[in-house]
Design a protein around this ligand. Structure first.
Ligand code: C2E
Ligand code: MG
Ligand code: MG
Length: 607
């Protein structure tokens, strides 16, 4: 078998030689040792090693990170950074470049070997993802897969929106779609050349039918379906008439999205007017005349945002503005919509209380059991924070976590949650409930904090909880903004031994094939798909497919929000691994949870 060829970039000759010796001993081939960034770039231009070990602090004009970034701009080689000490700023810079691992000097043979193995396998996985995306896009042109299609309208559904966006991006930039996935095209900063050319514009038309719900209440189910199909038909006809690549996606009852790639914003505005006038005409359903009052919000890639999530949010703001002006109009997004003229007084009151809530010990963690469907026993719990407000009573996280994010307090609150959950779990282990796992939710701001890794290390150390019992739950919207850097961050966290769960799967706009590039261990299917899964055909197809795809990818599947025996039985049949939901238990206070754990082991057999 061919040995892996490794290039060492290291200016301290003794370390370089020592590392080379270790590598040879481990069965790798060292093809070259160079001592500067320039020499490394020159070498890579002539020969391509399979892997590069790159010292960060090398002498010369460019450091290791800059060298890596220049190499990456021409060839795709996995790079592992070596560094004597790692501060956050350096690690963040290295993450931005997209490296495949770090080694802190001095390192042992085993660390070296493990890091190389991980880097090579991640690199291979990344290549597979690229191929997977290619084939998804191929399916797109051939007719999309069932789970990406809305059965009623035959339009792609929201799970396919991201792929569609990537696809249009690849058409309009002329690059291949797979590489748009891994380069910074979808990342937070649009590259210069993307902003310059007018032909590389994507317009997102977010269409809301303001009177749809009211109109539907006068129709029976069949008539409602006919109405939705008729709206879909009018929209598809419009798009076909436009002569620019584009497509219509059905999000939910009264919400459609059209993606187009017009040459100029002015042309897009004309299209918007044309969609509007088509939808303003009455719909005749069984001789009843129905008017829907559409509001259309438009946002543009790249000027208003570079990810589909951002663009949808911006177009939604434009819709809200259009509605505030009486609806029945088409409105382009402007950044002025982001300036909030006022804050609701309740929010202000909550926010000021939030500043003191930690010191006044007003937060409390509740624990919701997770049940393994094979053994019917509790295998873990999700920690869910509550705020016991002195005047307003108990406040749910959905109300105050967003405020905590906005005001910057999420850092300290999140740290308290992690610390409290880890200590509590360790205490439970100590009284014999060993093996219990704890999941903690991480918000976007928390995940992006540069000292997260250090905080996690400290919290685990202080609580003495073994890292394997801690799961961190994150939603996809947190991760898709700056993919490469986030993959690095997750890998760093995983190095501690913690597990990563993808929370609320299905509520964002990414497909599983796309999300596969993140190193998850667990996938949590959002409760909106579990709702009536035994009776709702669409939910059933999505849930079954998600479970089997997740299993193929080696992920454990947790179903959230299971409330009925019908849903539970469906999930058992579909081989779901773990469930969480009111059918078994609501989130419980510490004492209640402990009582439940102590008293029951196999209650679940009854179902
Ligand atoms: P999540 O992580 O998806 O948590 C699951 C939510 O579903 C919880 O709501 C839980 O009480 C609820 N739930 C569980 N089973 C059922 C069921 O059978 N039916 C229904 N209808 N609901 C069920 P909760 O506690 O209100 O939390 C809401 C969200 O707030 C969480 O969603 C999570 O995103 C966030 N959150 C909670 N605690 C924290 C925290 O400590 N830090 C951060 N950053 N976010 C948190
Ligand atoms: Mg969660
Ligand atoms: Mg969830």
């Amino acid at each position: 078998m061919n040995r892996t060829n490794i290039l060492i970039v290291e200016d301290e000759l003794l370390i370089a030689k020592n590392t080379a010796k270790k590598l040879e001993k481990l069965g790798y081939a060292v093809c070259k040792i160079v001592s500067s960034g320039e020499a490394a770039i020159q070498y890579v231009n002539q020969k391509q090693p399979d892997l590069i070990l790159m010292d960060i602090a090398i002498k010369g004009d460019i450091d290791g990170i800059e060298t890596a970034s220049r190499i990456k701009s021409t060839v795709d080689i996995p790079i592992i950074f070596l560094t004597a000490y790692a501060n956050d700023e350096t690690l963040d810079r290295a993450s931005e470049v997209g490296c495949y691992g770090y080694l802190i000097k001095p390192f042992r043979d085993r660390e070296l070997q493990a890091t190389i193995k991980m880097a090579l396998s991640r690199y291979r996985e990344d290549s597979v993802v690229k191929e997977a995306l290619q084939s998804t896009l191929h399916e797109y042109s051939a007719g999309y897969d069932d789970i990406y299609k809305d059965n009623l309208t035959n339009l792609p559904n929201k799970l396919f929106l991201r792929d569609l966006f990537d696809y249009l991006l690849s058409l309009s930039t002329g690059s291949n779609a797979a590489s748009s996935n891994t380069n910074s095209v979808i990342g937070s900063e649009p590259t210069q050349d993307l902003q310059q050319s007018e032909s590389k514009l994507i317009a997102v038309f977010n269409i809301s039918l303001d009177r749809f719900k009211r109109a539907s209440s006068f129709l029976n189910k069949e008539q409602q379906d006919t109405l939705v199909k008729e709206i879909a038909r009018r929209l598809t006809d419009c798009v076909t008439g436009f002569q620019v690549p584009g497509s219509t996606v059905y999000l939910e009852s009264d919400n459609f999205v059209i993606l187009l790639t017009p040459e100029k914003q002015a042309i897009a505005n004309q299209y918007g007017q044309s969609i509007l006038s088509n939808l303003q005409k009455s719909f005749i359903i069984d001789e009843q005349e129905i008017y829907l009052s559409p509001s259309i919000g438009i946002s543009f890639y790249p000027s208003d945002g570079t990810s589909i999530e951002q663009l949808l949010q911006q177009s939604q703001k434009a819709i809200e503005y259009a509605q505030s002006q009486g609806g029945n109009r088409c409105q382009k997004f402007t950044f002025a919509f982001n300036i909030k003229p006022y804050k609701a007084s309740d929010d202000l009151r909550l926010e000021s209380g939030l500043h003191h809530a930690l010191e006044r010990e007003e937060f409390e963690l509740y624990y919701q059991p997770k049940v393994d469907l094979q053994t019917n026993s509790i295998v873990g719990a999700e920690a869910l924070v509550r705020w016991n407000h002195p005047e307003m009573g108990r406040i749910e996280p959905d109300k105050f976590i967003p405020l905590a994010e906005e005001s910057g307090l999420i850092g300290s609150i999140g740290e308290w949650v992690l610390d409290c959950a880890c200590r509590q779990t360790k205490a439970w282990h100590d009284i014999g409930l060993d093996g219990l796992k704890i999941s903690v939710n991480l918000s976007g701001t928390q995940f992006r904090q540069s000292d997260l890794f250090h905080k996690m290390t400290r919290i685990l150390f202080n609580s003495s909880l073994e890292a394997q019992y801690l799961e961190l739950e994150m939603t996809e919207t947190i991760l898709v903004e700056n993919i490469k850097a986030n993959v690095q961050r997750l890998n760093l966290l995983k190095k501690l031994g913690v597990q990563i769960a993808l929370d609320d799967f299905g509520t964002g706009y990414s497909s599983l094939g796309y999300l596969q590039q993140f190193p998850f261990d667990i996938l949590k299917i959002d409760s909106c798909f579990i709702r009536n899964v035994d009776r709702n055909q669409v939910n059933a197809v999505i849930t079954k497919n998600t479970i089997s795809m997740a299993h193929e990818l080696g992920l454990q599947v947790v179903a959230e929000g299971v409330e009925t025996a019908g849903e539970l039985n469906f999930l058992k049949d579909a081989q779901c691994d773990v469930i969480q939901g009111f059918i078994f238990s609501r989130p419980l206070e510490v004492k209640e949870f402990q009582k439940l754990m102590m008293s029951e082991a196999k209650l679940f057999g009854n179902y």
